[in-house]
Design a protein around this ligand. Sequence first.
Ligand code: GLA
Length: 428
Amino acid sequence: MDAGPVQYDERECETAPSERERRVDADTSVCRTLQGAEMRLRVAHLPIFLVCFLSVPLAMAQQVAATPPMGWNSWNHFAEKVSDPVVRAAADALVSSGMRDAGYVYVNIDDAWQGKRDEKGIIHSNEKFPDMKALADYVHAKGLKLGIYSSPGPKTCAGFEGSYGHEGQDAQTYAAWGIDYLKYDLCSFGEMLLKEPPQEAFQTMVDAYKKMHEALQKTGRPIAFSLCQYGVAAVWRWGPDVGGNLWRTTGDINDTYDHMAEIGFGQAGLAKYAKPGHWNDPDMLEVGNGGMKPDEYRTHMSLWAILAAPLLAGNDLSNMTPETLAMLTNREVIAIDQDTAGMQGDRFWAEGPYEIWVKPLADGSKAVGLFNRADPLAGSAPIKIAFKDLGFQGAVKVRDIWNAKDLGVMEEYVASVPGHGVVLLRVK
Ligand code: GLA
């Protein structure tokens, strides 16, 4: 799509699932009705010497999410059972398992940490989180960062206290606790939007995200800002303008191949909106939660790496198998995701259930995912890639990432790809 007035992409709405009936209504109505114009930030005119000698080095030193954020989030496995001990155990496991050293540094508390506001309006954590500052200190002492969750609405999706009317206060509270990441989830704000005419509703939503961004900025603490409104109103077009470091492009993932694949392969066309500091977010990982087969989890990881997606593990890190850990910490897969060029990959070719996705990498090589979406009962299928079609001249060096094997120098390759599986190559 070209830049210009934003029209909601109906396809995204139809595929955006939700676990809560109440929100389905809100979401789909918002989907149907929202339209909007692209936001443009006014850039202040700074003296050139300031830009060169002060602002740029400062900004670079502080760039949040220069590569897609990596870490862990409590929701996919623990949901409302999250607690201080659960979060500390996740932090411990990130270190002892080697995941921190592989890049997983954010420890993100999702919904259900919130208690009540006091008479001054200050939010307090609930009894499961006796001392948020102490928890942040604990997490920081391990070389990790702490994330938290709220909503622009009065209530979060799980019915806890949202930030509506308390944005500035909440941002200050988070900063005082030592929070490094905020996931800001539309939830009950979506219901409020239904009371407004479509064009106003769009602007109201944009303003709500911008308001929290400005409140976070005012704290002076670098806090990654994660937009969660399920991809409605083409958020990838305006997410960066409201300070989003990442924005969900879809409804909630779950631990099934069909839904993971629907989300992952549904990201085609969004690559141009990703760049360092600003990422499309097809939702958190389900690897290790038990609902998918190893080939399916490899597809999940490979696709998310090619998509330059945030890698937020969503499993119980204290109880994971060596296979799960190996999959999550495969350094070559992570290198594809975290590549410094920050170019999201995209679908290159598709024929029936067979797809090839390609991501250009900083050193001139390309990550190539050969995916077979057919039923595993149909067995493996050959998928061929001619490297000249990817812009290479002559023979190229080909490495099979999951098998950690150099395949040799060649002009084309035919992979045997199992149903629901992938062969992930790095080609140079
Ligand atoms: C929404 C989000 C999920 C999770 C839950 C918490 O459904 O999309 O990722 O944060 O809310 O209630």
